[in-house]
Structure formats: structure tokens, C-alpha cells
Design a protein. Structure first.
Length: 136
């Protein structure tokens, strides 16, 4: 599954290079959908959800960096740093947070909470892109 995320990201970047925020938000939302499928609890939905969550749900990170660098010209070092710190901080903390949630709410509950976070991230990405378009 790990090899799929870069492939999904490259396809997303090739399909619509000027619409990267929309592609990123779509990939985040698809990751959330995958986690919701994991929460359904059947073996088939678990496998489908896991593939979707990891392929789409993590394939957006490279696109996020490329898009941020394009949207904030002249400040690449700050933009890249902020994006990478956020991505890798999340990748470091998320497994521990998910484990704590799973202990408190069960696997299905933790997966649904993570799914909601992915959808909220997608909505925030779209809102931020809209604000940037309006201001500039």
C-alpha cells in the first residue's frame, strides 16, 4: 500500500496542476471515507477502507508542499518549513493519539473520529484556498 501514495499524488498533480488545493482536499476527504469504511467493521470494508485511507489519505502530502510553495512565492523557506513540520508532526503524533482514542472508544470509534478529522481538514483546505483566491 505504501507505494500507492506517491502514485496517487503524481496522478493528482498531473491531472490538475492549477487546482491542487481542490485535489488535496479531495484526497483528504477520500482518506476520511476510507477510515469510515474501516469503522464499518466487516473484513471487506476494512480492507477497502485501509487501501483508500492510505493511498488517498497520505498521497496528498507532497501536493500540499508543492501547492504551498506555489501559493506563497518569495517565502519558500518559511512555507516549506511550516508545511513539513506540520506534516511530520502529525505523522509522529497521530499513531499515539489514535491508539489512545482506540483504547477509549474502540477501533470503530477512533476510526470515525479520524475520518471526521480528515473531512474537517479537507474543508479547511478548501476554505483556505478560497480565502487566498479572494485576497489575491
Amino acid at each position: 500500500m505504501r507505494g500507492r501514495s506517491p502514485a496517487v499524488g503524481m496522478v493528482g498533480a498531473a491531472v490538475a496542476p492549477r487546482r491542487n488545493p481542490t485535489i488535496i482536499a479531495g484526497m483528504m476527504a477520500m482518506g476520511g471515507l476510507g477510515l469510515a469504511l474501516v469503522a464499518a467493521g466487516t473484513p471487506v470494508t476494512f480492507v477497502l477502507g485501509a487501501v483508500l485511507a492510505f493511498a488517498a489519505g497520505w498521497g496528498w502530502t507532497g501536493l500540499l508542499l508543492a501547492t504551498a510553495l506555489r501559493l506563497v512565492p518569495g517565502r519558500a523557506e518559511n512555507t516549506g518549513h511550516t508545511g513539513q513540520v506540520g506534516i511530520y508532526r502529525g505523522a509522529t503524533v497521530a499513531p499515539f493519539a489514535f491508539s489512545a482514542l482506540a483504547g477509549a472508544t474502540g477501533l470503530a470509534g477512533a476510526a470515525l473520529i479520524a475520518a471526521a478529522a480528515g473531512v474537517a481538514g479537507a474543508a479547511a483546505t478548501l476554505a483556505g484556498a478560497l480565502l487566498l483566491r479572494r485576497s489575491g
